[in-house]
Each structure stands twice: as C-alpha cells, then as structure tokens.
Ligand binder design. Sequence first.
Ligand SMILES: *[C@@H]1O[C@H](CO)[C@@H](O)[C@H](O)[C@H]1NC(C)=O
Length: 573
Amino acid sequence: MRIAQLFLASLALWLQVVQAATIPIDDDDFELRQLTEDNFRASVAQGLWLVEHYSPKCSHCRAFAPTWTRLAKDKRHLERLSGFHMAQVNCLAQGDLCNANGIKFYPQLVLYSNGQPLPAYSGDRSYDDLAKLIDDQSTLYARGQLLDSKAEQEVVSSGFGRPNPEGKVLEVDESGLEVLIGNGPVLVDFFAPWCAHCKKLRPLYEELAGSLKSKINVAAVDCEAHHSYCRKHNIQGYPTIRLFQHDSHTDYNGPRTVTKMKAFASKAIETVTLQTIKREDFDDIVESNDAFFLYLQNFDTALSDLEAVKSMLEPLRNSISAYTSSDPLLYQNLSIANPPPTSSLLAFSAPDRLPVGTLAFPASKDRLERFVNLHRFPTLSQLSASNHQEIMKSPTRAVVVLGAVHKGAEGEKERQKLEQIARAWKRGGRSFAQPVWFVWVDGERWSAWLRQAYGIKKKSLPAVVVIDPPLSEYYDTTIEGTSVEFDGSSVFSVLEGFYQHFLRPKRSETSLEWGSRSATMTLITLSQASMDHPILAFFSVVGSVAAFVLWLYRNMKKDPREGRELTGGSRLD
Ligand SMILES: *[C@@H]1O[C@H](CO)[C@@H](O)[C@H](O)[C@H]1NC(C)=O
C-alpha cells in the first residue's frame, strides 16, 4: 500500500513539475482611484502619478472616460513594477485642490513624479498615445529614480548616514566601536599612546581616513584607556590594524603605506554583496556566470527583505555572484512584468536566460536559506577537485545526486538529460530540509572509484545514485524496489523514498575507502594538471598507482573490516 502511494506521489510530483503554471488575473476588485484634498499630497508624494482632473458636467470628460478606465486596468501592474499610479480628481467637488493644481480646462492630465508636476502633457488623449506615454515615463522613472531612491533609503535607514562623512579617524571606546561595526565595514587601529610605531603610523592613518571619505569608517581605539576591551579582542601587539566586516575580522599585516592600506580596506566595499544592474547589463551577466542570484526589487519592496537577502548571500559572495535590479525593462525581458511578482529572489544557471528558481517575498528566513542553498551551484555541475570539498562535505548536509556518464557525444546527451531532471527538481521538487545538488562525473575515467564507492559498473553507464555524504551512505533503488534508472521519475522516486526514510541505504565506505577516495582526488587533480604538464602527469600517475598498489597490498594482509555493505536493519533516524 505504502509503496503504491509513494510511487504515485513521486510520479505525480514529476508530472506536476514538467507542466508550466499560469497565473489568472481577476478583474472583479478593480476600481478607479479618486483623490481629494485630504489625501492628494500624501498620495502623489511617492511614485509616478498620472492624475485626471475632470468635471462630471464636461462632455469631453465623459467621452474620455472609457479610455481612462481601460488604461487604468491595463496599466495596473505598473503600480508595483515601477510605482506608476493613476487617479482622478473631481473638480466640481474639489474646487480648491484643482485651483491649487493650476487646472485650466477639463479633462486635464498632470503627471507627478514624487509629488512634483512634470511639464504638461499636450499630446493626444487616444489610448495608444497615452499608453506609450505611460510606458515610457514609468520605465524612465523606475530605472532612474527608483534605484537611486532605494540606494538613498538604504543609507539613511541604517540610522548612521554615509560612512566616514568627514574623512577623519574616529576615536572610539568599546560601545562606539560596537556601533560602528553594526553599521558596516570599519577599519580600526588598536594603539597605545607610548608605542613609537603607533605614533609613526598616525599621520598616515589620518591620510588614509581622508582617502576613504564616504566609503568606509576608520576608527582608532586607545588600548591603554580600554585595556580589557583590547584584551577581549585578543590584541597581541601595537599597532594592530584590523578590518571588521559583518561577523568576522581580518588583520592587516602588509607594509604601512597609505596605498597598501587603502587597497586592503577597499576590498571590503568593492565586493558588495548585491551589485545593482540594469537591463543592458544582463546579457553579459548570463554569459559570464555559471550560476548567479538576482534580487528583483520593485516599488513596494520592504527594506527588511533586502537586508535579509543580503545577509544570506554575504557568506557566499566569493563563490557565487549576486545582483539586484528594479529595472522594468529587465522584468519585461524575463517575461515577468505583467503581473509583476512581489519582490523576488531569482536563481539562474547557465546557459539559460530564464530563472531555475524563484522565491517570492515575504519569505521566512528558513525558506530563504533553503532556497539559497538549493541554488548555490549550477543546476548540474561536474564534480571536480575544486568543488569536491564544498559539495561532499557541506555543512548544509546536502543530498547529492551523482550521475556517471559516458565519454564524448553520448555523454553529452546524458548530461543534458541529467540536467533536465535537475532542473525539474529545482523548479518543482518537494522542498527538503537539505538541499539536493546534482553532479556528474566521467563514468569511464572514474570507473574504478565508482564501482568501489557506489557499485556502479562500467557497463551500466549512464548510471545515477543518490548520496547522503555525511553518513557515507547512498541509495540506488527506487521505492518500487527496482534499480534506479537514468530518468526523471526514477530519480524522483529515489529522492522521495530517501526523504520518507523508506529506502535502505548502502554504505559507500568499503574497506578501500581511504585509498579509493584519495586516489580519486589525486586523479581528478591530475587530470587538470595533465593539460599543462603531460609528462609530469604521466609519471605522477605511474607513481601514485604504484603507491596505491603497495598500500592495498599492505592492507590486504591486515585483518580487513567485516561488512562492506549494510545488509540488515534500517536507518537509525
Ligand atoms: C530578452 O533579451 C534577449 C537577448 O537580448 C532577447 O533575445 C529576447 O528576445 C528578449 N526577450 C524579451 C521577452 O524581451
């Protein structure tokens, strides 16, 4: 019974994710917005507003009404996308307001940008002309204004303003420094008044502070006056120049020249977590990244969401790029402009221009973390020496789907198939507590290791197993009890069975575990080195094989550990 249910569930899951979703727009709650004396200023103060001043008595106004209503409906999505709004003022009821707005005739259209009227619109009042005006103006507004105002807002909201506004060294005590650290990167000189090197450093340090004006805070702590605080920070000698950033810090050990110290401090700001981009930057970004994140902001993005995204991506900033944008043209190019999503974090994997994953905000920290972990590698990556540690020894306890494929053109096709499966999983798979990462290896080259570690025979390529690295366990049977096949429903079935603790794992640790694993690493490294140094690589391979054989020989003579595979019982958890 249970098997059948699970099977159906995994099949349904598979089918469900290969279908595309459509979003219906409902029309019922639509209403034209009316402004009055009481709410006019406050409303138009933020965003781009097209306001029709009219009188119920005027016949031009009545003739124009259907056009206005249709525009308001059709352009409704721009409200969130670019902060464009439409509203009416009834001048018969709001005479003072219309006078104050300088209205001369009815209907008169006025466009307000953040409360300021733009030059009067003198064009035609046809649907097409107005639609074009709206599209052009709202795009302009959002591309320019929105990005800048967001950036401003960000700085202002930190409660501290721009860093280092005067370009000076700030003498701080314990609490002063904690405040600075909380506000962004800060460079600190821990000094003692009697230390000669400190005195020599000071004028240079002042100069450094000047050159980092508006960029990064520069502070100094007198360790004689704040002795215990410096001890708490484990200051070993004077002067100690330390860069605090987020939860970590780095000491500067280079030459004490302004240029070198500046380069050191600037690193902290150059690698911003979220780089702001526009539509025209996007193609290059797709081209140059195997995988990246894009945080799309819009008119009602909450600052707290932006901060949450930043702090989640911060620790990954050396391994995956992240960008942010509020450009409506980019939304349009991604085909998500109408209706626009709430602000959302998109995950991309080359060469696809469309996201492999989307997380809409508001989202809990937990969901955000899972999303980021799921997508921090390309949809399908090659397991190599450079990512082996990150993938197989990840603290996230990721589950790894390993595909072993043929060489050459055949292997290329198999990789594409595995990538499709991975994509389907990412787009619609069940969300596990652990991320699921898909990797591939050349099954012919690593056949010995694959047989040892996961029982994959060369003749059964292409093959796939689901690995639980922290437990050194793997799964190669589906919930129907058959061997896993190289296809979507089969892989989904194993994942589903794993998740439900329904399958019995196998141990990937044979008695040859150390040897095989390190041999693999050696070989993976060598395969890369051999491109550059074929002869050296050849001799090293001969050498390491000899060493491996010797190691094997010695281990055979010892009492080998008993069971190679877990044959009875089930998992402990
Ligand atoms: C987005 O941009 C790409 C490349 O610049 C182009 O090929 C594609 O047609 C655009 N898509 C839309 C919907 O604008």
